[in-house]
Design a protein around this ligand. Structure first.
Ligand code: ACO
Length: 329
C-alpha cells in the first residue's frame, strides 16, 4: 500500500488583525470570556482579500517551498465553504492566478473537515495515477458570512488559507471519513433565495433550518460542542486503527482549531497528552477548512516534523462531517 507524501506546505492570512479587545467595541463580550471559553486571542480578517486571492497566495507559498513550478501540478483541489462565485470554482480562479494550466481542478465542500476530505480525495487520484502532484488548498473568508451582531458566533471566526503539495509516498496512509446529517440544522449558512419570475409558490419546502438571520452562519454552539467532543476522538481512533497502529505510535495530532476546550476534552478521551496536539487557535480563531493546514504549515515552518513521524489530521464541522487521516512525514 502506498502512502501520501507532503512535499511542501504554505499559507496566507490577511494582515488585518482583530483582537478580543476589538470585539468588546462591537458586542457585549470580554477578553476574559473569549480566552477562557475558546482559547482565542486574535484572528486575521479579510481587508478585501477574496477567497481566491488568499488561496492563490497560499498556493504560491507552497510551490515555492516545494521548489516546483505551477505547471507541474496535475490537480488543483480547493476546499472551501466561502467561494467567491457560485461558478467558476475557486480552483479555476487559482489556476488563472498562479498559472497551473496543466491541472484539472475543482472545489470540495466538507465544511471544517474539508482539508481531511481533500487529502483523502487527493490520495485516491494519486493512487489511480490520474494525478502525480496535487495542490490541495483550503481557503476561507468566514468574515463574509459572519453576523457581527451575534456575540455567540462572531468572536470565533477568522479568515485565511493554507496549501499542501501532495504526491504518493512510501509511508503509511489511512483515513476515516464520516457524516451524520441528523443534526445538520445546528450549523449552517444558506445561499440566496430563488426569486425567479416564474415561481408562484415561494418557498414551499420547509427544511428545518430556521435559526439563521439572513445568509449568515448559524451555529448552536452547545450542540456542536457535544458533537465535536465525541466525533473527534472517534475519527482519530478509527483512522489510527485502520492504519494498524495504536494511539501511542502517533507523534502529532493536528485538530480543527475550533475551541481549545474541545481539543483538551478529546485529548482526555483518547488518553493522550496535550503536547501531541498542535495548536494555533490563539492566533487564527476558527478558519473552518483552512485551520488544519494553517497549523500544519506553521509547525512545518518551525521544523517540527521529521521523516517517519506519524501525523493525524482531524476535522469536524457542518454536515455534520467529521474525518481523520493518518500519514507519515
Ligand atoms: N461573550 C460573552 N458571553 C457570551 C459570548 C461572548 N462572546 N457568547 C456567548 N456568551 C454567553 C451566553 O449568552 C451564555 O449566557 P447565559 O448563560 O446568560 O445564557 C453564556 O455565555 C454561556 O454560553 P454557552 O453557549 O453555554 O457557552 P459555551 O461555554 O458553550 O461556549 C462556544 C460557547 C465557545 C460557542 C462553545 O459552545 C463552542 O465552542 N461550541 C462549538 C463550536 C465549534 O466547534 N464550532 C465548529 C464548527 S463551526 C466552524 O468550524 C466553521
Amino acid at each position: 500500500m502506498k502512502g501520501i507524501k507532503v512535499l511542501a506546505t504554505g499559507r496566507y492570512a490577511p494582515d488585518n488583525l482583530v483582537t478580543n479587545e476589538d470585539f468588546t467595541k462591537i458586542v457585549d463580550t470580554s477578553d476574559e470570556w473569549i480566552t477562557t471559553r475558546t482559547g482565542m486571542k486574535i484572528r486575521h480578517i479579510s481587508d478585501g482579500e477574496p477567497t481566491w486571492m488568499m488561496a492563490s497566495k497560499a498556493a504560491k507559498h507552497a510551490l515555492d517551498n516545494a521548489g516546483i513550478s505551477a505547471e507541474e501540478i496535475d490537480m488543483l483541489l480547493v476546499t472551501t465553504v466561502t467561494g467567491d462565485f457560485y461558478s467558476p470554482s475557486v480552483a479555476s480562479m487559482v489556476q488563472r492566478e498562479i498559472g497551473a494550466f496543466h491541472a484539472f481542478g475543482m472545489d470540495l465542500n466538507a465544511a471544517c473537515s474539508g482539508f481531511v476530505y481533500g487529502m483523502d480525495t487527493a490520495y485516491r487520484y494519486l493512487l489511480t495515477g490520474a494525478a502525480k502532484k496535487v495542490l490541495l488548498i483550503s481557503a476561507e473568508t468566514l468574515s463574509k458570512i459572519t453576523d457581527y451582531t451575534d456575540r455567540s458566533t462572531c468572536v470565533l471566526f477568522g479568515d485565511g488559507a493554507a496549501a499542501a503539495v501532495l504526491a504518493l509516498g512510501d509511508g503509511i496512509y489511512s483515513s476515516y471519513l464520516a457524516m451524520d446529517a441528523h443534526d445538520a440544522h445546528v450549523l449552517y449558512a444558506r445561499t440566496h433565495d430563488n426569486l425567479n419570475p416564474f415561481s408562484t409558490k415561494g418557498t414551499q419546502h420547509p427544511d428545518g433550518f430556521t435559526g439563521a438571520k439572513d445568509h449568515f452562519l448559524y451555529m448552536d454552539g452547545r450542540a456542536v460542542y457535544k458533537f465535536a467532543v465525541k466525533a473527534m476522538p472517534e475519527a482519530v481512533e478509527r483512522a489510527v486503527e485502520q492504519a494498524g497502529l495504536s494511539l501511542s505510535d502517533i507523534d502529532y495530532i493536528i485538530p480543527h482549531q475550533a475551541n481549545i476546550r474541545i481539543v483538551q476534552t478529546a485529548a482526555k478521551t483518547l488518553g493522550l497528552p496535550m503536547e501531541k496536539f498542535l495548536i494555533n487557535v490563539a492566533e487564527y480563531g476558527n478558519t473552518s477548512s483552512a485551520s488544519v493546514p494553517l497549523c500544519l504549515d506553521e509547525y512545518n515552518e518551525r521544523g517540527t516534523f521529521h521523516p517517519g513521524d506519524k501525523i493525524v489530521v482531524v476535522g469536524f464541522g457542518a454536515g455534520l462531517t467529521y474525518a481523520a487521516a493518518v500519514f507519515e512525514w
